[in-house]
Structures are given as structure tokens and as C-alpha cells.
Design a binder for this molecule. Structure first.
Ligand SMILES: [Zn+2]
Ligand SMILES: [Zn+2]
Length: 147
């Protein structure tokens, strides 16, 4: 029997059946989309406005507008100053989720993690025979000399 996958909507707390990793219910999603359309229409009607003017004028939540910028929904829309904060340090950025410094840090961490995993794997391999390849070679040579 498959477990029925239900979830509480992160916004209205109503129980719904999520599609994939959906966190909000279809009603809230529809409301979001409607809001996004309203925001886009607002930019169309007010070419050249800034993000702050858009948020104040349309009454849309800042997070929604930021997400839309991040998704590139305002490309060539006439929205000026399409910037939002880095998800990690809050520095103002214009693309991606993180600023370049945080991206570098994340990459370094990922590399460190990968290196740690590799050396662990190597150690495991070496300890499984107790000897490295070259040790076995010398052993073989010693044996062949008949000592
Ligand atoms: Zn909901
Ligand atoms: Zn950052």
C-alpha cells in the first residue's frame, strides 16, 4: 500500500496533496500566479520604475518580487534596478541565488568535501589490503630472489 502523501500548505495551512516538492496548495499557487501577473502588468504600465516603486505600488510581497527577478521574469520589461539580496549574506545581486563570493565559498566547500571523500575512499582501499601497490611489488621482488 502506498502511503498517501499529504502536506499542510505553507501559506494557508490547509491540507493538500503535493505534486513533487510543492510547498503550497493549488489555491495559493494560483493566487501567486495571479499576483505575478499583476506585478508584471504593473511594470508594463509603469516602464522605468525601480524595484522599490514596484513593491510599494503593486503591494506585492518583496520576496515574491525578488523571486521573480531571480527567475528572470523581468528581463526586457523596463524594470530598473532589478536587484535582490544574496540568499546567504544579503549582498545585493542581479542574478543567481548567491553573490559571487558566496558561490566561491560554496564551491570551495564542495571541493573540500569531495577531496575528503576521496581520501577516505583511498584510505579504505589501502587498509583493505594493508599494503600499497608498491609494497606488494617489493614483496614480490624479494620473494623472487628467493630470500
Ligand atoms: Zn494554501
Ligand atoms: Zn553572498
Amino acid at each position: 500500500m502506498t502511503k498517501l502523501n499529504i502536506r499542510n500548505c505553507a501559506r494557508c495551512k490547509r491540507i493538500f496533496i503535493p505534486v513533487g516538492r510543492e510547498k503550497i496548495c493549488p489555491d495559493c499557487r494560483a493566487a501567486d500566479l495571479e499576483l505575478e501577473e499583476r506585478v508584471k502588468a504593473y511594470v508594463r504600465d509603469h516602464p522605468g520604475i525601480t524595484v522599490n516603486q514596484l513593491i510599494e505600488g503593486s503591494g506585492a510581497p518583496r520576496a515574491l518580487v525578488w523571486r521573480m527577478i531571480q527567475q528572470g521574469q523581468f528581463e526586457n520589461s523596463g524594470l530598473k534596478d532589478a536587484k535582490y539580496p544574496c540568499a546567504n549574506c544579503g549582498k545585493i545581486i542581479t542574478r543567481g541565488t548567491y553573490c559571487s563570493e558566496c558561490m566561491d565559498k560554496l564551491k570551495q566547500n564542495a571541493q573540500k568535501f569531495a577531496a575528503a571523500m576521496n581520501s577516505k575512499r583511498r584510505q579504505a582501499k589501502e587498509s583493505s589490503t594493508g599494503k600499497t601497490f608498491s609494497d606488494s611489488m617489493y614483496d614480490a621482488l624479494d620473494n623472487s630472489r628467493g630470500r
